[in-house]
Design a protein around this ligand. Structure first.
Ligand code: CUA
Length: 324
């Protein structure tokens, strides 16, 4: 019982949506293999050193004579480390080179990701050059190597989805390329891995890997304009949205909302999370975010909107929720 928290720390963290030890991408599988090799060899070396030290302290005269002097210096100080480090280094090089799976994206789909304080601007560019803008979530077709181009609009961020690949910095004025290849369908979590200011810890996102046909259908849906509201609440919510300043920062394609400062909201209701993976996406989360954003995600750059009544908040939430 008293060790339960410890067990949680050591074991539970190795599985799950954000674990490098639970890979679901080609690159991450190699990183996982290399990590385990390094961990196990380090443990083996540590055990060997402990045994030799114990032998030196408590062993018989004969044993102590065997491991003393020049033998220890040459064997343990030169030959052994050169041998072990060379083997590990060669294996690392092999994994990065000939042992690596297809590293080049096939060019049929490109995803541009721009790090912003403190969210992710995501644009899909398909074969025909069509650009589909979204935010805070990346969807990928399983099995296909997809080129991801990373840059930043303000400060240095770092793009890291441990289950898919290693991390790569997002630097203003520069584009870094990464290839993501999901090996199975499912959800993975990514996190900004470079301190970038106040809400850095809340700058996360989900990557959803889907079978090819489902992905194609999803991209068609995502490329389309926003659904026109039908219900009374949703319609009232849209009117509020378009008249309350939201449009200065946010876009909803198919309406007059064409702001580009904040995340595109055209299909925000269909996303897995809100506020860059800070809140689970449901109707009440929209109201919470609009009214209480500074508590939910301290220092985020959306101004607090406490101008709405409860009824208005509910209408706005219904409108945003049905944007699927
Ligand atoms: Cu963006 Cu840390």
């Amino acid at each position: 019982r008293p060790f339960a928290p410890l067990a949680l720390l050591t074991l539970q963290d190795c599985a799950g949506v954000q674990s490098a030890f639970d890979p679901s991408g080609a690159e991450a599988e190699r990183i996982n293999a290399l990590s385990w090799l390094l961990i196990l060899s380090s443990v083996a070396v540590l055990v060997a050193v402990c045994l030799i030290t114990a032998g030196a302290l408590f062993g018989s005269e004969r044993w102590r004579a065997r491991i003393s002097g020049e033998r220890l210096v040459i064997g343990g100080g030169l030959v052994f480390p050169i041998l072990v480090l060379s083997i590990l280094l060669s294996y690392g090089f092999y994994l990065m080179g000939p042992g690596s799976p297809a590293r080049r994206a096939d060019g049929r789909l490109r995803v541009e990701v721009v790090g912003e304080r403190w969210w992710w601007r995501v644009t899909y560019v398909d074969e025909s050059g069509r650009r589909v803008e979204s935010a805070n979530e990346i969807r990928l077709p399983v099995g296909r190597p997809v080129g991801v181009e990373l840059t930043s609009a303000d400060v240095i961020h770092s793009f890291w989805v441990p289950r898919l690949a290693g991390k790569l910095d997002m630097i203003p004025g520069r584009t870094n390329s990464l290839t993501l290849q999901a090996t199975k369908a499912g959800i993975s979590r990514g996190q900004c891995a470079e301190y970038c200011g106040g809400a850095h810890a809340f700058m996360s996102f989900y990557v959803i890997a889907m079978p090819e046909d489902q992905f194609a259908a999803w991209l068609e849906q995502e490329a389309g304009d926003a659904q026109i509201p039908t219900g009374a609440d949703e319609t009232a919510g849209q009117t509020l949205f378009l008249s309350s300043g939201c449009v200065a920062c946010h876009s909803v394609r198919g309406t007059e909302a064409r702001g580009t400062i904040g995340p595109d909201l055209t299909h925000v209701g269909s996303r897995h999370s809100l506020a860059a993976a800070t809140l689970e996406n449901d109707v009440s989360a929209f109201a919470r975010w609009i009214r209480d954003g500074e508590h939910v995600k301290p220092e985020n750059l959306m101004p607090p909107y406490d101008i709405f009544t409860e009824a208005e908040l509910a209408q706005l939430s219904s409108y945003l929720d049905q944007l699927r």
